[in-house]
Design a protein around this ligand. Structure first.
Ligand SMILES: *Cc1c(COP(=O)(O)O)cnc(C)c1O
Length: 406
């Protein structure tokens, strides 16, 4: 399929380019001392990860440890309730081990670390979800694991901090600046620049300098590849639309990778939070402009000084002031349509899916559920496949405190 001069038959092989560009987006805008480290990872990725041995081992791990393939569930009662005849389906990444899609790329990154002879994995975490997934992978492979986390986030996310420690990770408290995610990223990169001979950095989404947006997409594409095959098997056809929430964009890129070359409408859903004013949302593709942060060029939300703007979403996993460079590219091409869902619509979808289907979704994933419901209300036939990126157990206390039980 050729779309705006881009040939999607060969898209995944040709994008990103060798130096990490999706059109003008992506690249590696990093300090000179990190260049060698990124090149080492890039080289290892291009050789080791394409080897038969690596692929076989990763497949075995997915099957025996992660519980893949995760199923697709037909959301029968929800579809009946909407009543337009449109059928909703969910790809169940909530059933992936540790409760979300994040383990897909963490297992890939940690296996790569092992093959490269590294002893340690390093990462930052905000809400703690990436930290927990990486600590899980590190425990599995017997790697040391240093997770950098702002002091403010440590205080807010006590259960995830406990999980990381139980899994054997070292949680390093970051006390600079606002003591949240941005400072944690800086501290983790600084540590990595010193330790890269023994360690690799593991990014939590399709973000950061090349080769991370490529690697994370490839490790996550198992979601879309499985889903396409399962959906054909279940229904004899492809879905008419596919929907995923977009924070950094890893669960979405994984799902989309399976359908980019098909006659399927693809929707990436960003958080509109409390409203359209800067600071009240994290819809970077919808309201942002081109800019470089954290080592890559993409579309980002900026403050009056051109720095990353403060962002907000009810879903802590979606509050990032940019999105992966590949999303910026697919956005400009028009191959993927990006739209928004606000906090209230999200919480409604959270309770609706729980009550009608017996699935408590993560608040992040509830953005995609809400949009899937909207689409099904507007269409008069066909099917919509929602990527249910994670389960909502982690959100229980917050939802009950803020919204009560509905
Ligand atoms: C972290 C997280 C997200 C957002 O990350 P992406 O890279 O945009 O996928 C979405 N859903 C869940 C359940 C998460 O934990």
């Amino acid at each position: 399929m050729i779309f705006n001069d881009v040939n999607f038959d060969t898209y995944l092989k040709n994008y990103p380019t060798e130096d990490g560009f999706f059109g003008k987006y992506g690249g590696a805008y990093i300090a000179p001392e990190l260049k060698a480290a990124m090149q080492e990872i890039s080289h290892a990725y291009n050789t080791i990860c394409k080897s038969r041995k690596f692929i076989d081992e990763l497949r075995r791990i997915r099957r025996e440890f992660q519980g893949r393939p995760t199923p697709i569930s037909h959301l029968q009662r929800l579809s009946d309730k909407i009543g337009t005849g449109v059928q909703l389906y969910a790809k169940r990444e909530d059933l992936n081990h540790s409760g979300a899609h994040k383990l897909n790329h963490c297992m890939g990154e940690a296996l790569l670390a092992k093959y490269m002879g590294k002893k340690k994995v390093i990462a930052e975490t905000g809400a703690g979800q990436h930290g927990v997934a990486l600590a899980t992978a590190a425990a599995y492979f017997g790697l040391e694991c240093d997770i950098y986390m702002g002091k403010v986030d440590i205080a807010k996310q006590a259960p995830n901090v406990a999980r990381m420690k139980i899994l054997g990770a070292r949680v390093v408290e970051v006390t600079e600046g606002l003591q949240t995610l941005k400072e944690a990223v800086d501290a983790a990169f600084a540590a990595y620049a010193k330790e890269y001979k023994d360690a690799i950095y593991c990014i939590g989404s399709v973000l950061g300098p090349h080769p991370f947006p490529l690697m994370v997409r490839d490790f996550q594409s198992v979601v879309g590849i499985e889903a396409r095959e399962q959906f054909l098997d279940m229904t004899g056809e492809l879905p008419d639309a596919v929907v995923a929430c977009v924070g950094g964009g890893s669960n979405a890129m994984g799902m989309f990778a399976g359908f980019l070359n098909d006659p399927v409408d693809i929707y990436g859903i960003e958080p509109l939070g409390r409203g359209t004013a800067l600071g009240d949302h994290a819809a970077s593709l919808k309201y942002g402009t081109e800019g470089i942060m954290h080592g890559f060029n993409s579309i980002m939300l900026k403050d009056e000084n051109g720095e990353p703007a403060p962002v907000y979403s009810v879903a802590s996993g979606l509050d990032y002031p940019s999105s992966g460079p590949e999303h910026a590219f697919l956005h400009d091409l028009g191959r993927v349509k990006y739209d928004v869902i606000n906090d209230d619509e999200t919480i409604d979808a959270f309770f609706t899916l729980s009550k009608l289907e017996g699935i408590i979704p993560a608040i992040e994933s509830s953005h995609a559920v809400a949009y899937g419901i909207k689409l099904a209300q507007q269409m008069n036939k066909g099917s919509v496949l929602i990527n249910l990126s994670g389960r909502g157990d982690k959100d229980m206390d917050y939802v009950i405190e803020k919204y009560g039980i509905r």
